[in-house]
Design a protein around this ligand. Structure first.
Ligand code: UDP
Ligand code: MG
Length: 321
């Protein structure tokens, strides 16, 4: 199949006012620089006339393609589906709301093709967003930087460029679009760069994410940290905690029982075992220990089943097919 230089993947949810302007702009940039390209508009279950506009646009320009979800699944799902369909050597993602500028595309392309980056993330150095968004975003970027060890200022910028191999091999699920660089790094795509990009105010419509973005973003950050460390070896987490708890409980039990026997033996006053706080502590620790251990065991069996060899990404091989 003929490969394009660039695939532009655009997730969109109720963005009817922006689409025509965006596509015209992208086409203009592509023609000026002589790129072969496709634009994949992923309609994430819009309820306005977005899909009709996608239809019209693709009739007038056969580089423009569309996919429509049956309902709103979220930006991550839209990106993931677009990634699967893309056929460009370089894949660019951008938001549909004209906050990201297509003029950045040639420089991003060059970084991937000529400087050998696996992915390049835009950095909205000068942001045109309300302060309620920019301050929490600073915090998220800081924490994500610390946890992942990736030196990016702006993880969640909609404008990013990828090598084809990267998008074909990562899964963006749930609301993980905020952490795509982290997912790429897990999969061994470690050459991650950034480029300062122009950012504009939203011209039409309103933001599609409310305050829950911060709560969900935080929970996703927890799970991404956790999963990245223990996905393939859950027992190292649950087993350790479970054992600690169990043996702690066991030690206390020995102490409580030993003390009782000792006191009885020497005819000292002895409290009932069930009359001591330590007894209850031991009980709880033993039960929790066993539960953690069993959880780890189940997780380990799941991991064993799903760690089939197709999960390991092979980048090259010699003398095999
Ligand atoms: N979007 C989407 N599905 C959703 C929410 C958003 O495809 O459920 C798209 C939206 O149409 C836009 C991009 O994701 O193209 C970024 O959304 P938005 O501009 O609302 O986010 P913000 O700029 O406020 O972070
Ligand atoms: Mg936006």
């Amino acid at each position: 199949m003929h490969k394009n230089n660039i695939s532009v993947v655009v997730p969109l949810f109720n963005e009817e006012e922006s689409l025509t302007e965006l596509c015209d702009w992208i086409s203009r940039v592509m023609q000026t620089h002589g790129f072969t390209y496709e634009v994949i508009l992923v309609d994430d279950g819009s309820t306005d006339s977005s899909w009709e506009i996608v239809n019209t646009l693709s009739q007038n320009n056969n580089n423009i393609k569309g996919i429509k979800f049956n309902r709103n699944y979220g930006k991550s799902a839209a990106l993931n589906t677009g990634f699967k369909k893309a056929n460009g050597e370089v894949v660019i993602t951008m938001d549909a709301d004209l906050q990201d500028s297509p003029d950045e595309i040639p420089a991003l392309y060059k970084k991937i093709k000529e400087e050998g980056y696996d992915m390049v993330s835009g950095w909205k150095k000068k942001r045109h967003d309300p302060i309620s968004k920019t301050i929490p975003s600073k915090f998220f970027n800081f924490v994500t930087r610390k946890i992942s060890g990736i030196k990016l200022h702006d993880f969640n910028c909609g404008l990013k460029a990828y090598k084809e191999q990267v998008v074909k091999n990562i899964k963006v699920y749930g609301e993980m679009h905020r952490y795509i660089p982290v997912i790429a790094k897990w999969n061994g795509f470690t050459k991650i760069g950034e480029q300062v990009v122009n950012h504009h105010e939203r011209k039409y419509g309103t933001t599609k994410f409310g305050l829950e973005r911060f709560i969900n973003g935080f929970l996703d950050l927890l799970s991404i940290t956790f999963v990245s460390r223990f996905q393939r070896k859950p027992m190292h987490f649950f087993g350790l905690l479970g054992s600690l708890s169990f043996f702690g409980g066991f030690a206390i039990t020995c102490w409580v029982v030993g003390l009782k026997i000792y006191n009885l033996h020497y005819k000292l006053p002895a409290r009932d075992v069930v009359d001591q706080p330590l007894f209850f502590l031991a009980l709880v620790a033993l039960v929790i220990g066993v539960q953690l251990f069993l959880t780890g065991f189940l997780a380990e069996m799941l991991a064993m089943k799903s760690n089939s060899s197709k999960d390991y990404l092979v980048s090259e091989q010699i003398g095999l097919d």
